[in-house]
Write a protein that binds this ligand. Sequence first.
Ligand code: KIV
Ligand code: ZN
Length: 518
Amino acid sequence: MTKDKVLIFDTTLRDGEQSPGATMTHAEKLEIAELLDDMGVDIIEAGFPIASEGDFNAVREIAKRAKRATICGLARANYKDIDRCWEAVKHASSPRIHTFIGTSPLHRAIPNLDMDQMAERIHDTVTHARNLCDNVQWSPMDATRTEWDYLCRVVEIAIKAGASTINIPDTVGYTAPAESADLIKRLIATVPGADSVIFATHCHNDLGMATANSLAAVIGGARQIECTVNGLGERAGNTALEEVVMALKIRGDIMPFETGIDTRKIMNISRRVATVSGFAVQFNKAIVGKNAFAHESGIHQDGMLKNAETFEIMRPEDVGLSGTSLPLGKHSGRAALRAKLAELGFDLADNQLNDVFVRFKDLADRKKEVFDDDLMALVYQNDSGEDRIKLKSLRVICGTEGPQQADMVLDIDGTDVKTSATGDGPVDATFNAVKALFPHGARLQLYQVQAVTEGTDAQATVMVRLDEDGRIATGQSADTDTVVASAKAYINALNRLLVRRAHSQPGYDTKGVSYKDS
Ligand code: KIV
Ligand code: ZN
């Protein structure tokens, strides 16, 4: 079956960057544009050149550097905007001017233009843009709340004035799939000259239907989808690039359209956009969320281990991920536990596995996610099942007058030992106290503090990673006192390191002491 091509128009750098707080630096915009170009986006809307000097410079630089994509800039329906836009995009080997005006009754009221005056403005501005650039896109903003007869009239004017792409924006995310398809069909069927242009769809996500509305518009005859990476955009955002592209790829049987996007580049660009925009991707976001390829429930994990197609409609590799993740938690079953232990190098007999499984369930009830280190500790748990090192008490002196000091009591193998240590700050003093009481050569590789709740009494979660000759152990703890959480996380990592030592060196027993030397 031959498939019609659908052009992907990415507006992450224009509509996406308009999200409050998502401002990107010049260098970041160039980087994202390069990634978009490289992944096969057909048109990049690089910015709104009249909006600021920074926007102008970014669009101009992106235009100069683009290798494959058409570079587009946005302009309101006036000559000054259009001229400025042309100055920025003209450097591209394939430039486009995108000019727009709000056509719905609410938007016509703002410049106080009646229907005829607005029609004349559209004619004049599109003609002006077309005199500068061969490739002009025109958008009636708030098209889905514009009277359909009037919309047909102004679309005809824009086509006659030389626009080659007519974009139909659902500016406030108001339409629904059936209506979105009908509107495009109606325009194509009734507007003279409609067959000589490309209709585009531009949907916002206020009712969570942006992707569905965009795909419906394509079914109705649109051949350009406007979208942003991660669905970034004002309010609830825009149609997400990764969603439409993967939907068209996977459901080619009912939507026989193709895009030129290399889907294996999706995950990388998604992560970069999240980082530079400061808009983290929600865990359960389609395609690019942390959980999109993660399966925790026992039934799902069991199915996945037998045949990934049972619970995945696309392969993680198709979007640039290295594989499925089977995080272990309280819903996980024996099959997933066995698979994870095998991955960690343990081949347990059935009765051993049952044993570990009971301890694992008990731990999983108390912890959100069970990490590799937890599992290792479960497998190697000594008879009492207890950690060798425990924090009995900690008192810290800190403030502007140094040196900071930690007075600590630890229980090591059942014996209380105590010390006072100083350091460069309360956490350093605390870690020095642990080292004095339990000397070791492990290096601190990571120390990370995160507030889990709001307010000054927030629980702090601390993560500590230790490295001893390539053996890595991670410890975690939470407390309303950050220094106490830090001490516990450090001791937790140290206990795990002892377990790791025992596992990796046959000369060590489970207490981490070399019996060969004794
Ligand atoms: O949502 C919208 O209407 C827009 C236009 C400028 C195309 O972003
Ligand atoms: Zn928009």
